[in-house]
Design a binder for this molecule. Structure first.
Ligand SMILES: [Mg+2]
Length: 448
């Protein structure tokens, strides 16, 4: 390895330029969405309870809301821009690997568990290593999209530059064209909304512009379907039409998330509630929406309790925006200069309907794959799991479970542990049946 993977710049702010304010708002919004969204997983509450709390707009009472891999990787993306002023792929690979090694139990997907340890050894191998994933096709997962909104905001008002940088940032881990396209779509949306242009498009017009930056393929097809879906259609209908991340792919995640962001572009809190109501890969969809919408709105309007309950952002974020820790214990209601700073005026834009209230909330059941996902957790609940038992939210997913598709068979105990619970005879029996009926897909559905 010839590269200095940590670099002196990592410690002193580097030789890059000062962060673009919108990109820091975007990162805060992304991390908030990530941590907020994660709370709706079955690991923390049953689907029935989640739906009821979302319908009542009742934020999770527990604390902290921990951020996940979405935030960890977004920090690395912004770090490379901060230190180099542009995406330098081998440096980004090094940052991804460094934060993974420091804290691997943040819900990274199986591909990253395979890829990032190798990049820690030699980050210059990113191109070959990323392409080797998934039988040589590269990943088409939503991981490059989930982390990229702050990059889009960095290129505020210049969606073309955002698209080019997003592509480069995506290829470090996601070699498949659709994994890349998902990142481009999110970055373009963030760049447009962060541009402070009062005439910037929102709603269906924004989605049209985004689609224009995408190559033909599944992601573009999904965004094009979202264009015609009105803002008052409701998140359940949008999720049923577009997918909301149950397959953890870019094309079943990004169109739904951008539909939510485009139609709730002036209200970060409401945007996150709307997104959560679509369920699916809900930390990822909320991370995307939080990152895109916060680039436009700033952070004002989010209830103080949300900031108090969410886990603070990891280093080096604190060095980029020198404010006191937010979200820790004892933080007073007016302790956040960021909130005050971010109450910047936004001029209402003309164009398609921009709703700041949601459509009808989802009923107790979804359809299609989403239904299958929910049923998988309902089955568990009905087979003896105590729904309200205290869960150890700090318990990591066993790393080997994140290596699906590998050569290690998954047994019923693995499956139970993946739900965040201790094995009991009833739960083991439930898991045995799941594996019998669904095979490895049972595990894929439960992966974060
Ligand atoms: Mg995550």
């Amino acid at each position: 390895m010839t590269d200095d993977t940590t670099g002196t710049g990592a410690n002193d702010g580097g030789r890059g330029r000062a962060p673009v304010p919108e990109s820091l708002d975007s990162l805060e919004g992304l991390a908030l969405g990530d941590a907020f969204g994660e709370r709706w997983f079955h690991t923390f509450r049953s689907p029935e309870r989640a739906l009821a709390e979302i319908a009542r707009r009742e934020p999770p009472a527990e604390s902290p809301w921990r951020w996940t891999d979405d935030t960890a990787m977004a920090v690395s993306v912004l770090r490379v821009l901060h230190e180099h002023g542009e995406v330098v792929p081998h440096r980004l690979a090094a940052f991804f690997a460094e934060s993974f090694a420091a804290d691997p139990r943040r819900g990274y997907g199986s591909g990253m568990h395979r890829l990032l340890p190798g990049l820690a050894v030699d980050p210059t191998t990113w191109s070959v290593a990323a392409r080797d994933l998934f039988g040589g096709e590269g990943s088409l997962g939503n991981g490059a999209a989930m982390r990229v909104a702050p990059l889009g905001a960095w290129y505020a008002g210049d969606p073309g530059a955002a698209a080019r940088a997003a592509e480069l940032s995506a290829r470090v881990t996601h070699a498949h064209p659709q994994g890349v396209a998902g990142a481009v779509a999110v970055a373009v949306a963030a760049a447009i909304l962060a541009g402070r242009d009062p005439a910037a498009p929102t709603g269906g017009e924004l989605l049209m512009v985004v689609a224009g930056h995408l190559p033909a393929g599944e992601v573009r097809g999904g965004v094009e379907r979202a264009i015609d879906l009105p803002g008052d259609a409701g998140p359940e209908r949008a999720a049923a039409l577009l997918g909301s991340g149950d397959r953890v792919r870019a094309d079943d995640t990004v169109p739904f998330a951008l539909w939510c962001a485009a139609h709730r572009a002036d209200d970060l809190t409401e945007a996150l509630w709307t997104t959560a109501a679509g369920f699916g890969d809900v930390d990822t969809t909320c991370a995307i929406v939080g990152g895109v919408v916060a680039a436009r709105t700033g952070l004002g309007g989010v209830p103080p309790t949300w900031w108090e309950r969410r886990e603070p952002l990891p280093a080096p974020f604190a060095r980029w925006r020198p404010v006191r820790s937010r979200g820790g214990q004892g933080r007073g209601p007016d302790a956040g200069p960021i909130r005050n700073r971010s109450l910047r005026m936004r001029v209402p834009v003309a164009g398609p309907t921009v709703r700041t209230t949601t459509g009808p909330l989802p009923g107790p059941r979804g359809t299609g794959e989403q239904e299958a996902h929910r049923m998988s957790t309902s089955d568990e609940s009905s087979s003896g799991t105590e729904r309200n038992e205290p869960l150890d939210e700090n318990r990591p997913t066993p790393d080997r479970l994140l290596h699906t598709g590998g050569d290690r068979p998954v047994d019923p105990e693995d499956l139970v542990r993946l739900t965040g619970r201790e094995p009991t005879p009833e739960r083991l029996e439930w898991a045995r049946k799941k594996l019998e009926e669904e095979g490895p897909a049972a595990v894929e559905r439960l992966l974060p």
